[in-house]
Write a protein that binds this ligand. Structure first.
Ligand SMILES: NC(=O)c1ccc[n+]([C@@H]2O[C@H](COP(=O)([O-])OP(=O)(O)OC[C@H]3O[C@@H](n4cnc5c(N)ncnc54)[C@H](O)[C@@H]3O)[C@@H](O)[C@H]2O)c1
Length: 280
């Protein structure tokens, strides 16, 4: 291989050059990785979150004021999402991509008789209404442009039960339903609508089920060990970057004919069942 060939092979081609993206929940976890990856691929990005300090820190660390901005917005509030979309368009001229990533897991609730309906409402408000607000206000900009990519974070809990609280599982099935239905409406405008469904990744959300005093380095190692053993793909740990890569693919023109899809980032977890130990 020539030197140029080696250089070309090791330099990633920017896949979002000149594209404008809004990422909800971009201050931490998977969202932060999406922001960093999108930035490295040439996108202009507006981070929308409620954790102002973290959001501003992400912007500062990227040190690119012209292309990365933070907007305080709660996705459960339609006005906030509407203003965030308008702010992005004012700042960068348009909106090509929205990533509806903000989500919460809610409190563990192993007995339905004890289920707290206010907690249920809270989870649906962020995970379902928040995603719908993003879809609605992104569509307002994308329809006249006759193009756009809407990517939402679902979960392995979008297709099977038993992986989290009822509200969380119901909310993620709803994200998949919204993805298919909004893809059905927006296809005629050339707008693609997809979701991404990760297996367990060590973030604040997934660690939130541990008691505060147990959130130590050891607890993190324990979480990683547990998800590793329970997963299908062995010897590979799912990271926030793996999820970000899947989002990048769906957001970019590489996925120009993909819509209504739920891209599983789960190493085969939801496709196989090892209960009968045929292969283990
Ligand atoms: N971590 C996992 O194992 C996992 C697995 C499958 C799916 N997911 C999904 O991925 C997405 C990101 O999860 P994560 O693990 O990175 O979580 P995280 O808690 O690390 O980050 C979530 C971000 O969303 C923000 N957010 C929460 N509520 C908000 C609101 N009302 N308005 C605006 N921002 C808000 C938070 O401030 C935070 O910055 C979620 O939708 C989650 O359900 C996560």
């Amino acid at each position: 291989m020539s030197t140029t060939g080696v250089l070309l092979a090791s330099t990633p081609t920017p896949r979002l050059s000149g594209k404008v993206a809004l990422v909800t929940g971009g201050a931490d976890g998977i969202g932060e990785s999406i922001v960093r990856l999108f930035h490295s691929h040439g996108a202009k990005i507006c981070i929308v979150d409620v954790q102002d300090n973290l959001g501003k820190q992400v912007c500062e660390s990227l040190n690119d004021e012209a292309n990365v901005v933070y907007f305080h917005g709660d996705v459960t509030v339609e006005e906030d999402v509407s203003h965030a979309v308008d702010f992005t368009v004012d700042r960068f001229g348009t909106l090509d991509i929205i990533v509806n990533n903000a989500g919460i897991s809610g409190s563990p609730s192993p007995d339905i008789r004890e289920a707290d309906l206010s907690e249920f409402d809270k989870v649906f408000s962020v995970n379902v209404k928040g995603v719908f607000h993003g879809m609605k206000h992104a569509a307002r900009i994308m329809i006249p442009n006759k193009k756009g990519s809407i990517v939402s974070l679902a979960s392995v809990a979008s297709v099977i039960g038993g992986l989290g609280p009822h509200a969380y599982t119901g909310s993620k099935h709803a994200v998949l339903g919204l993805t298919k239905n909004v893809a059905a409406e927006l296809g005629k405008h050339g707008i693609r609508v997809n979701c991404v469904s990760p297996y367990g990744v060590a973030t604040a959300l997934s660690m939130a089920h541990l008691a505060e005093e147990e959130r130590t380095e050891d607890a993190l190692a324990g979480f990683r060990d547990f998800t590793g053993r329970m997963g299908n793909l062995q010897g590979v740990e799912l990271t926030t970057n793996d999820v970000a890569n899947a989002v990048l693919f769906l957001a970019s023109d590489d996925a120009r004919y993909i819509s209504g899809d739920n891209l599983m980032v789960d190493g085969g977890f939801t496709s196989v069942n090892h209960t009968l130990k045929v292969f283990r």
